[in-house]
Write a protein that binds this ligand. Structure first.
Ligand code: HEM
Length: 403
């Protein structure tokens, strides 16, 4: 087996990585496009062409052992039903089950609820000074997905506290903490109780829809989902819905705080908001990586990745690849987006199911902030980043309005 000889150090659980992964990504792309970590025992792909190809090649790169490094490293099959952890053909069946709720058209019909939810939290902000994440974007995405699922109001915000503990990683540690495991159990119980209530009395919500749905099994039979499967679905959707848009908004405000011209351009022309959301997703997207498990040997850039290995796909690096994007380290809402595929929502069969919803939430929230703030400053001393597996971004972005 040939192994890269580069000296580049890449530890996705180091403080250096959490604080600024982009210089490390550049070195990976240039010096070790197939990186091998002896310490943590994984391979990593960082160039746009390789990451995009691997996302599409599910026959080589399996999702069945999970997508975080600790999941894939354990070597266990994660789930028979959770859409993100399935390979075809089971993936197609499960994605079909929830697809209907997330089509662009179905998401359009959610707009009044999404707008009302965002407005509720927006109206509480002190217009002179607030934290764009802790006071605003931490609240509404979880409220939206928990409302869609059918959680009672008093349980909705708990989802993000559980998710913070489940995804949180102490620097230097790849696995879930004891508090994370405890949160996982309590989180499951919370959903389990709602599932029982909906079995007794269905509502017009996703949990009731999941209870009623039938799915084709491997043996050719069609059966409904059991409690365990529905709770798993809820944890997956709640987590995906809660953490990501929160971080996208924090990153957006950090990026614009360094570029008054683009903020003013956007204030003057709101039709540019969708392009701005895509550029934040490209430049500093919430999902840094998703892992896969190699099902067969791969030969790439002179390196052999053997079968049965964890392989980390780095969309956040791919989105800064100068081989794909002109001037990739410049945040530019006017850039030519047709140049290369933005991999911030993934690519291929597992590409983000909630992309239309995430885009809608982000656009509405940004529009409100543009109304509120002719210009603003971020209190750099109080900015805090998260330390999590897969996702990156800010826990605190304190804003001071300037007029
Ligand atoms: C800015 C916000 C978001 C970003 C950047 C994002 C990113 C991603 C990425 C990169 C993947 C691919 C994972 C992989 O290949 O293993 C993914 C999958 C997924 N996302 Fe999102 N996501 C966002 C918001 C959401 C929302 C709001 C939901 C809905 C509740 C959601 C639900 C999902 C689901 C269910 C999958 C798995 C799809 C499958 O495996 O077929 N995401 N997302």
């Amino acid at each position: 087996m040939s192994v890269s000889t580069s000296t580049v150090a890449f530890d996705p659980f180091s403080a250096e990585f959490f604080n600024d992964p982009y210089p490390i990504y550049r070195r990976l792309r240039d010096e070790a496009p197939v990186f091998r970590s002896e310490d943590l025992n994984f391979y990593a792909l960082s160039r746009h062409e390789d990451v995009a190809a691997a996302f599409k090649d599910f026959e080589t790169y399996s999702s069945a052992r999970g997508v975080t490094l600790d999941q894939v490293s354990s070597g266990d099959v994660i789930s028979e039903t959770l859409v993100q952890f399935l390979d075809p053909p089971a993936h197609r069946r499960m994605r079909g089950l929830v697809n209907k709720v997330f089509t662009p058209r179905a998401v359009m019909s959610l707009e009044p609820m999404v707008r009302a939810t965002i407005e509720r939290y927006f109206s509480r902000l002190d217009p002179d000074s607030f934290d764009a994440v802790a006071d605003f974007s931490a609240y509404f995405p979880v409220e939206v997905i928990a409302t869609m699922l059918g959680l009672p109001e008093e349980d909705r915000q708990a989802v993000r506290h559980f998710q913070d503990l489940i995804l949180g990683r102490e620097a230097g540690s790849s696995g879930m903490s004891e508090a994370g495991k405890q949160a996982m159990a309590e989180h499951g119980l919370m959903y389990y109780n709602v599932v029982q209530q909906r079995r007794a009395e269905p509502h017009d919500d996703m949990i009731s829809a999941l209870i009623a749905a039938e799915v084709d099994r491997d043996d050719g039979t069609a059966t409904t989902l059991d409690d365990h499967e529905i709770v798993g679905f809820c944890i997956l959707l709640g987590g995906a819905g809660a953490e990501t848009v929160t971080k996208l908004m924090g990153s957006a405000m950090m990026l614009f705080s360094r570029d008054r011209d683009q903020w003013e351009q956007l204030r003057a022309d709101r039709s540019q908001i969708p392009a701005a959301v895509e550029e934040v997703l490209r430049f500093d997207g919430p999902v840094q990586y998703d892992c896969r498990y190699s099902l067969k040997e791969v030969e790439l850039h002179g390196v052999t990745i053997p079968a049965h290995q964890p392989v980390m796909l780095l969309p956040a690096s791919a989105n800064r690849d100068e081989r794909a994007f002109t001037d990739p380290d410049t945040f530019d809402i006017n850039r030519d987006r047709a140049q290369a595929q933005n991999l911030g929502f993934g690519y291929g069969i597992h590409s983000c199911l909630g992309a239309a919803l995430a885009r809608m939430e982000s656009k509405i929230a940004l529009d409100y902030l543009l109304d509120l703030l002719p210009w603003f400053e971020v209190d750099a001393d109080q900015v805090r980043r998260v330390a999590m597996t897969n996702v990156n971004g800010y826990a605190n972005v304190p804003i001071r309005a300037s007029r």
